[in-house]
Design a protein around this ligand. Structure first.
Ligand SMILES: *Cc1c(COP(=O)(O)O)cnc(C)c1O
Ligand SMILES: [Zn+2]
Length: 489
């Protein structure tokens, strides 16, 4: 729709100007820093940052109904910069001029309802919100769109020069970072650090195809993270891990979209999210809290984080019911099919603790929970979902396994409608399906295939060497196999 065709009260706000005043605020000591520096943790105390808009009070001058109308109308505007996560421009990064925003088709991913068969099997109605339908096939694109738009803005500042963007990854962060950096061409080079042999062939192929420098080191993700942190401390590099608070801002859009999908009524809704580094769950909680601050939603949805038994430090932390006695202890991970969430020492843990407290204060003690699931449950749930028309990855399977566990434990009442985060596309983690079908899981995964979920191709060979009769022979074999009824007459 053309700008002149929007209602008068909307038109003047439709295309936003950068009116924010953003700074980095240290979560630990409260110090503030300018955003033109390449900083990821507090130089004084090494605390994590949150991005803060010192001018955010101006947004509160308008009622929730204004923002709802604005965001709903903006969906009809054909301006690429505002087509993705920046539809919610005022809440994401209102300092970046629209000309610097990169849009590669991220965000506004579909929310697909479970069919009767699947809902029946699980025992409640729910949706998958398919973040695998982002350009690099995972939710990481939401955060990268924000982080790389900000870098694009930064490199245009006087004296900025060319930047090297670097990240450690369980696979999807690097695929996404490399894609967005590639779009920026010569202005931003990218290098990614991967744990050797711990990402899927698809995830390795992605940054290679985008032309990034791909460096592999022995160990797991946590080892890569330490190296990248050392680089960020000592050299001029832009760090694209989830310590990067611009990414968290971008990932808040997942929460905004769920709110918009339900016409801003989030009563009796629950959102289930797999937890790895805990960037995503903190972004989603923060998104809902900020929407409530602005009166855009009244009710906060329930949040349930999900972890595999093979990588469950956040679950363990919340096992202790007394907040005063909780101590965070990193765990050593063991192989998990939810490989993108296989993290023993989540960098965003301080953000989790803070946001869960805030959520509990506002929405009550049961409003955030963390559940634990087995590798078997993750695989079985993923396969079940996909046999019912979904495209969930193993982490999406983890969300479903968590939903079933939460229902069983009575953490989610049966009349609540759940939205499950399918964080990546099924095809990125296809090797795990293959292992299940071929019963080829190494013992440490602890997965035994259920025959009813297994599937394999069946090779047919013609019983005749005569090329004239080959087609008829194969058709005959197939008709017999599938029990086809011959046509009459
Ligand atoms: C990164 C990732 C996760 C974990 O998200 P965190 O923000 O690290 O908690 C889960 N699933 C997929 C597919 C991912 O790429
Ligand atoms: Zn500090």
């Amino acid at each position: 729709m053309k700008p002149q065709d929007f209602p008068d009260d909307i038109r003047t706000h439709l295309i936003p100007e950068p009116t924010g005043e953003m700074i980095y605020r240290c979560l630990e000591c409260g110090a503030e820093y300018g955003i033109t520096e390449l900083l990821y943790t507090c130089p004084k105390c090494r605390g994590l940052f949150l991005l803060e808009d010192k001018n955010e009070a101006r947004l509160k001058e308008r009622p929730g109904v204004f923002w709802r109308r604005l965001f709903d109308h903006r969906k009809m505007l054909n301006l690429p910069a505002l087509k993705g996560i920046f539809l919610f421009y005022e809440l994401i990064a209102p300092v970046i001029p629209l000309a610097d925003i990169i849009y590669l088709g991220e965000g506004h991913t579909p929310q697909v309802a479970a069919n009767d068969e699947l809902a029946g099997e699980v025992g409640a109605a729910f949706y998958f919100k398919n973040d695998g339908q982002n350009p690099s096939a995972s939710f990481k694109d939401r955060g990268m769109a924000a982080a790389l738009s900000y870098l694009n803005f930064l490199v245009r500042q006087p004296g900025a020069g060319r930047l090297l963007a670097i990240c450690a990854s369980t696979g999807d962060t690097s695929a996404s970072a490399a894609l967005y950096a590639a779009y920026l061409g010569d202005k931003v080079a990218s290098a990614v650090l991967l744990p050797h042999g711990k990402v899927t062939p698809q995830q390795l192929a992605q940054p290679l195809g985008s032309g990034a420098r791909v460096l592999e080191i022995p160990g797991v993700f946590d080892d890569c993270m330490k190296v990248v942190e050392s680089l960020a401390d000592n050299y001029q590099v832009a760090l694209l891990n989830s310590k990067n608070s611009w990414r968290i801002r971008g990932q808040e859009s997942y929460a905004y979209e769920i709110a918009q999908w339900f016409d801003y009524d989030l009563a009796k809704k629950a959102v289930l999210v797999p937890i790895g580094n805990a960037g995503n769950i903190t972004a989603i909680m923060q998104g809902f809290l900020r929407f409530q601050d602005l009166g855009i939603i009244d009710t906060l949805p329930r949040i349930v984080g999900v972890q595999s038994r093979h990588a469950d430090p956040v679950f363990r932390y919340y096992l202790e019911p007394d907040p005063a006695k909780r101590v965070f202890v990193p765990v050593t991970v063991t192989p998990s099919v939810a490989q993108a969430a296989m993290i023993g020492n989540p960098v965003s843990m301080p953000r989790v603790i803070r946001l869960v407290n805030e959520y509990h204060c506002r929405a009550g003690a049961g409003s955030v929970a963390v559940v634990q699931v087995s590798e078997q449950e993750i695989m079985d749930s993923m396969l079940l979902a996909n046999r019912c028309g979904h495209i969930a990855c193993t982490q999406g399977g983890e969300s479903l396994a968590g939903f079933r566990a939460a229902l069983k434990a009575g953490l989610i009442p049966e009349d609540e409608v759940a939205v499950l985060d399918a964080t990546a596309h099924h095809l990125k983690f296809i090797g795990f399906q293959q292992m299940y079908f071929e019963d080829a899981f190494p013992p440490e995964f602890e997965v035994t295939p259920k025959p009813e979920y297994q599937n394999r191709p069946q090779l047919l060979t013609p019983k005749t060497g005569d090329p004239e009769q080959k087609t008829a022979d194969l058709a005959g074999q197939i008709a017999a196999l599938l029990n086809l009824t011959p046509k009459k007459g």
